[in-house]
Write a protein that binds this ligand. Structure first.
Ligand SMILES: Nc1ncnc2c1ncn2[C@@H]1O[C@H](COP(=O)(O)OP(=O)(O)OP(=O)(O)O)[C@@H](O)[C@H]1O
Ligand SMILES: [Mg+2]
Length: 227
């Protein structure tokens, strides 16, 4: 892990740690005084829990990043059926359980087995669906994210489409870099590591990833993978 990355990481941790510290101090103060205001206590307890959850997510991603640099635990593919694989990913509550809408899943073409690293592909699909849900949340009239699996002659394809906030053209090229986030995200939480990791995993499979988006209209991410 390079020095720049560690610097950014410690910077990213400083702000949630400060919030946790402040909320804990306020709770401590309230508990040792006569003021009984449960709503304010609840608010600070919630703040601590939210920030801790975010930090845990950040650390999880950093673990994945360091795993990428450890060649011993790198790409380890097996032959699997992409249809069953994606159905299983959708069944697990990791991403989809957090949102009330269901992913609209469709399959095209004749099913074929493919070379899949289960850890990496799970991460790719969950990361793209997480973005599709997360960046649609605050916008009205959004429909559930679409996940399409298609089998072509030379490759198979995963496509994730949403009708969310989209991405400004000026931001598009830099989103695959560490900690890089779009300028229109507002209060939507994120570390800016997801796409960089996804791109790395796609490359491990010798695949390609493309992102197309129109600000205010939605985003589509296409991942092409060899069999
Ligand atoms: N489907 C999408 N719709 C709109 N913006 C998106 C979408 N996917 C990615 N982005 C933009 O690209 C940025 C980088 O995405 P990435 O997944 O790497 O990070 P993140 O979602 O901010 O955080 P995390 O590391 O938790 O995934 C996001 O912050 C957002 O600005
Ligand atoms: Mg993300």
């Amino acid at each position: 892990m390079d020095v720049k990355f560690v610097n950014i990481l410690s910077h990213e941790l400083r702000s949630p740690l400060t919030t946790v510290q402040t909320s804990a101090e306020i709770l401590d103060h309230l508990l040792s005084s006569d003021i009984v205001d449960t709503s304010i206590m609840k608010k600070h307890a919630r703040q601590i829990m939210d920030e801790v959850a975010d930090m845990a997510q950040l650390l999880e991603k950093v673990l994945v990043m360091s795993r990428l640099e450890n060649t011993q635990t790198g790409f380890s593919p097996t032959i699997a059926d992409p249809v069953t694989f994606l159905e299983e990913v959708l069944d697990r509550p990791f991403v989809c359980g957090r949102y009330s809408q269901k992913v609209d899943f469709g399959i095209k073409g004749e099913h074929r087995p493919a070379l899949i690293d289960p850890f990496m592909l799970t991460h790719i699909v969950n990361g793209l669906l997480d973005n599709a849900f997360k960046y649609s949340r605050n916008k009205e009239n959004t429909v559930a994210p679409r996940l399409r699996l298609s089998f072509e002659a030379s490759h198979w394809r995963i496509m994730v489409r949403d009708t969310g906030i989209g991405i400004k053209s000026a931001d598009k090229t830099r989103l695959f870099r560490s900690f890089s986030r779009g300028s229109n995200v507002g209060h939507i939480q994120g570390t800016g590591l997801g796409l960089e990791i996804i791109k790395y995993f796609v490359r491990c499979h010798k695949g390609a990833i493309q992102l197309k988006s129109i600000e205010g209209k939605g985003t589509v991410v296409v991942v092409d993978l060899p069999y």
